[in-house]
Write a protein that binds this ligand. Sequence first.
Ligand SMILES: Cc1cc2nc3c(=O)[nH]c(=O)nc-3n(C[C@H](O)[C@H](O)[C@H](O)COP(=O)(O)OP(=O)(O)OC[C@H]3O[C@@H](n4cnc5c(N)ncnc54)[C@H](O)[C@@H]3O)c2cc1C
Length: 429
Amino acid sequence: MKVIYPKNEAELKEHILKKIPSLYVMSKTSTVIPYDFLEEIKEEYLVDLSQLEKEIRLERDHLIVRGAVTWEDAIQYLANTDRSIMTYPTEKSACILAGLATSATGEMAFGYGTFRSQIKSCKYLNHEAREISLSNQIIKKNKDYSDFIENYLGFKNPPLPRFEKEVDLMIGTEGQLGIITEAVFKTVKKENYLTFFIKLPKWEEEINAHLEIVEKAQAFREDIRICEFLDSNSIKYLKNPIVENSDLIILEIKETSFEKIYEEFISKLDSIKEDDVFEIDSTKFQEMRVEIPRAVNEINSRNKVIKKGTDAQVPFNKFDGLLKYFRNWSELGIDYNLFGHIGDFHLHFNFLPLSIESDLVNSELESFYQFILKNNGSPFAEHGIGLIKQKFLKDFLPSFTTNYLKNLKKIHDPDNIFFPSGFMNIHEE
Ligand SMILES: Cc1cc2nc3c(=O)[nH]c(=O)nc-3n(C[C@H](O)[C@H](O)[C@H](O)COP(=O)(O)OP(=O)(O)OC[C@H]3O[C@@H](n4cnc5c(N)ncnc54)[C@H](O)[C@@H]3O)c2cc1C
């Protein structure tokens, strides 16, 4: 595979017009593309867009970004304004335009909803390298397809893109229909937030406190924007582990709502004592939070194993069952950790296998997706499908969707040059 780095849009357009099957990437933080194993990627070219010129500006309440702007860049850019972004994935070195392509969510989705819901418009280069604009107007829907997507109404992302608005052509389609060049999205008025940790028993031993907190937190989404989870195994990877042999739930609470949250929520928790709740500096939490998935990637890389983790979200009434399912996995004798967006019943269980344990983990993951299917969960709630998750996709799809995707691909990418080994070319065997 050849790797190229277009420096500007003219060079990018030049490559598109060569009509060579390529995978166009930005910061390469996707957990569903095996960047450590380039031989697994079949496209002729990896077109790395991370050197593209960056443009960023605030117009009224909307941020407009072009090129290789990262979430971190956007945070820095807004630092001296009264606005802030409403989304960032835990890995803030990822690019915002790629975030559209993967339909990224992240910690703040608990309070602010998904990135998709914040998008006003975007632009992309089509197969003729022409720039096309997409608005957030509702489009004419295919009834079968929208009935299928309706099943996933309360989830961050269904197993396939939603295709309800014009911009959805680029959201969650992972660069298979064109290359996104610009995005316009909402910001929010800046407010002060306080970060609190709640210490809990290890989930492998006791889950009552976990369930009580997430259930009661649902009524306070206007006041709490983050409801995250780190288990005791994840905490061991921190440079400064702040607790031992305990799990943590982390809440970011609007400063102006603090008294209300304390009186109506935290002090009313039956399974938590006041001594188990403590405040921490918000920046410290952000730094800690990203250390954990990065450590998972480093361990897998060292063990020469492709990432083996879950990204499933379930309804609250199935969350208890999900934790029990993970408990069985914790007894397999393979290293693991569990962390993620507990307020949305969306956790990342990560196996950390040695390469000789990979086959066992693969077969466990096959069974897990059947469990998610039976429990009406969403299998790929935020990291997308990429190459790594494709083998789990088919069982979630009614048969008509294969043709639906293939037709879209034919219309928008007739030469099959945009990530042709992606999920839209999935074939029935
Ligand atoms: C430590 C860690 C934490 C993470 N936390 C989260 C999280 O909380 N939430 C979350 O959603 N994800 C998370 N991720 C996953 C990842 O960060 C996101 O998927 C992110 O959106 C990828 O951005 P990127 O710039 O790295 O994209 P890349 O990995 O470079 O590309 C990802 C996909 O997007 C496509 N793409 C990239 N740029 C474009 C473009 N301009 N036009 C069209 N298609 C394009 C690519 O073809 C590819 O399919 C995490 C990853 C890591 C490593």
